[in-house]
Design a protein around this ligand. Structure first.
Ligand SMILES: [Zn+2]
Ligand SMILES: [Zn+2]
Length: 211
């Protein structure tokens, strides 16, 4: 398959690499049809991380399921799915508390996994023709029947929208509360489209390392 591969600061190329495939029975393989370049991809591209050479980038992914592992219960071949950027197991202590960005299973020795990102586990990214999705029942957001037609909208569920939304949940915000958002990039702006943004420079109001 073709994939966007990191070779060092400001050096990424489209390379021919082995096809993504089912490696565990809980996996699916997705044919990527839409993927975003995130502001946090630039952290790696510009050499501000310790991402390893050879990493396939891309954590905002959407596509069609083309292969399904034997232990996958709910995701089916032909489904259009969006893949929120955090890879998580769904069954560890942190996932059960809703802290899926700090999953204890998917990044041994530390916490929290993501597709194609520095320090977030072994997972390849989706700026590629094919993507392996582990714990597919937990990580695939199955889209409604208009998923294929509206994929440019639904792909925002991979990072931008839920990152902003998750911040409001973790902060315990309720309607009518007043808040200050530091660094109102796209994620910060999506917290409240009615807010007049004050330009304070680049950066997002992300809650995690991505976004
Ligand atoms: Zn977990
Ligand atoms: Zn992102």
């Amino acid at each position: 398959m073709k994939a966007l591969v990191y070779h060092g600061p400001r050096n990424v190329t489209i390379d021919k690499v082995p096809d993504a495939k089912i490696e565990k029975p809980t996996d699916v393989v997705v044919k990527i049809t839409t993927t975003n370049i995130c502001g946090s991809d630039l952290h790696m591209y510009e050499g501000r991380t310790n991402v390893e050479n050879g990493k396939i980038l891309g954590h905002e992914n959407l596509g069609e399921v083309i292969e399904v592992g034997n232990a996958v219960e709910t995701v089916k071949k032909g489904d259009y799915v969006c893949l929120p950027f955090n890879v998580a197991c769904g069954f560890c202590e942190n996932c059960e508390r809703g802290l899926t960005g700090a999953c204890l299973t998917v990044n041994p020795g530390t916490a929290g996994g993501a597709y194609g990102f520095a320090g977030m586990g072994p997972w390849s990214g989706g700026q590629a023709e094919l993507l392996r999705v582990p714990y597919a029942d937990f990580n695939c957001l199955q889209l409604p029947p208009d998923g294929k037609d509206k994929q440019d909208d639904y792909v925002m569920l991979a990072d931008i929208f839920p990152t902003g939304w998750h911040a409001t949940r973790l902060a315990g915000l309720t309607p009518g509360d007043s808040i200050v958002i530091y660094g109102a990039g796209p994620v910060g702006l999506i917290l409240n489209p009615a807010v007049e943004p004050v330009q304070t420079g680049a950066g997002n109001a992300a809650t995690g390392p991505l976004g």
